[in-house]
Design a protein around this ligand. Structure first.
Ligand code: SF4
Length: 201
């Protein structure tokens, strides 16, 4: 595999062909924020918080760093007025779902996002799908999925599977950026799991 040379935030970076801008930045110690990215999972581009400005062959465009492949002579900016504005709005939309999330609050402070800008949504879920994808791609259990659509879209445990699998697994709980997944599991267990093995040990 060939090596390409690009510039990220004025720093020359060498990366392997096929890498994404996010991977190249991380390998060079350059921070790009992410919420739905996980190194064990397929690229998903749902949260879009890793949006960067990419200049390549004389053309500048905005794209998600987690999906954009590196190329020779590419110039990447991880911060700019435009990027900051986009991240601010994205955070405000996510805070409508999870105003108490520590990671969202920390990012909101950095980008000046207002957690009261959009009306509070009833679901805590910010649709990163980390739990759903982790369970499907890594655990191969499909104990959790999405229901509803639009802003009402939220995760739901599949009672027949979750009641058998989750209590001995719990691997997706710490992945949730809103920190609400474990509570959702306990609630789902209390309300809908049909058999006794529901237990949170
Ligand atoms: S805790 Fe349950 S939903 Fe989460 S990864 Fe494990 S089996 Fe899947």
């Amino acid at each position: 595999m060939g090596v390409v040379t690009l510039t990220i935030d004025n720093k020359e970076v060498k990366a392997e062909e096929g890498m994404t801008v996010l991977e190249a930045a991380q390998s060079a110690g350059i921070y790009i924020p992410t919420l739905c990215h996980h190194e064990k999972l397929e690229t998903y581009t749902a949260c879009r918080i890793c949006m960067v400005e990419v200049e390549s062959r004389g053309r500048v465009r905005l794209d998600t760093a987690c999906s954009h492949p590196v190329a020779n002579d590419m110039v990447v900016k991880t911060r700019s007025e435009k990027i900051n504005k986009i991240r601010k709005t994205l955070l405000e939309l996510m805070l409508a779902h999870a105003p108490d999330s520590a990671i969202l609050q920390e990012m909101a402070e950095e980008y000046g996002a207002d957690k009261g800008r959009f009306e509070k949504e009833s679901s805590f879920c910010i649709h990163c799908a980390l739990c759903v994808r982790y369970c499907a791609e890594v655990k191969k259990k499909n104990a959790i999925g999405f229901v509803n659509s639009g802003t009402k879209r939220e995760i739901s445990f599949v009672p027949e599977i979750a009641s058998q699998e989750c209590w001995k697994c719990k691997e997706c709980f710490p992945l949730c950026p809103t920190e609400a997944l474990q509570a959702a599991y306990v609630l789902a267990g209390a309300l809908t799991f049909p058999v006794a093995p529901f237990e949170l040990r």
